[in-house]
Design a protein around this ligand. Structure first.
Ligand code: CA
Length: 239
């Protein structure tokens, strides 16, 4: 248990060899690691240990990874969840509202990249509270940006569509804030991927599209996000 204080990552993976490699890289990165190999014990460990992040294999004995993540989200827990999946066609569902993962990596993957993504997901979730309940230690009244009828409070990491507060995941918040910092400017997908997710991968631009779709669904008619076909997205004052 010689972690360097970066916190405990729960790794849920039923293939021992893969779990060991993930553990090795995370420990090198200064994380403590707990490995579980099925969905039930993953949920028990999640409740008892309160990990800083969870890496979930999708295919597990018993309750699968999607079920584990859905259970966490239903309980109001927005701990960063990163999926390991062999199937690219599941990605939209995993990142979507129903399951609510933060990121994914497809098998076969580089453990180095996986560890980098855990760091990234933690960096952008240092003050998460998508439930709208600000933690006590967050400074009130941060810088507020608004575009059209949508406002974001950067300090408190809260967003409103008109007078209604919108519950955003930390990733959605970061993406919206990025667009709002320069209204009218068109951000390319690659650019958003590197500024919000902190890495570059051509395949990963789909992640951007999925999260934009979620943001729009949550903001409803007030959404100021414009698609620039073949390029990317912008937040426009005129909607
Ligand atoms: Ca598996």
């Amino acid at each position: 248990m010689a972690g360097a204080g970066r916190g405990l990552v729960l790794v849920v993976e039923d293939e021992a060899a893969i779990a060991e490699v993930i553990e090795l890289y995370l420990r090198r990165d200064g994380f403590d690691v707990r490995i579980e190999s099925d969905g039930e014990s993953a949920l028990t460990a999640w409740q008892q240990l309160q990990p800083v992040a969870v890496i979930l294999d999708i295919g597990l004995p018993g309750r699968d990874g999607a079920d584990v993540c859905r259970t966490m989200r239903a309980a109001g827990d927005w701990t960063p969840v990163l999926f390991v999946t062999a199937r690219d066609d599941e990605v939209d569902r995993l990142l979507g509202l129903e399951i609510g993962a933060d990121d994914y990596i497809t098998k076969p993957f580089s453990p180095r990249e996986l560890a980098a993504r855990v760091r990234t997901v933690l960096r952008r979730t240092t003050t998460p509270f998508p439930t709208g309940r600000p933690p006590d230690d967050v400074a009130p009244g941060g810088e507020v940006l608004s575009v059209g009828d949508v406002r974001v409070d950067l300090g408190r990491r809260r967003a409103w569509a008109g007078e209604v507060e919108v519950s955003l995941t930390s990733t959605e918040f970061e993406l919206l804030a990025q667009l709002f910092r320069r209204p009218g400017r068109v951000f390319e997908r690659d650019e958003l991927l590197s500024s919000v997710w902190g890495y570059q991968s051509a395949a990963g631009t789909r992640t951007v599209d999925v999260h934009i779709a979620q943001l729009r669904a949550k903001l409803g008619e007030t959404s100021p996000i414009r698609t620039v076909r073949g390029v990317g997205y912008a937040a426009d004052r005129d909607g």
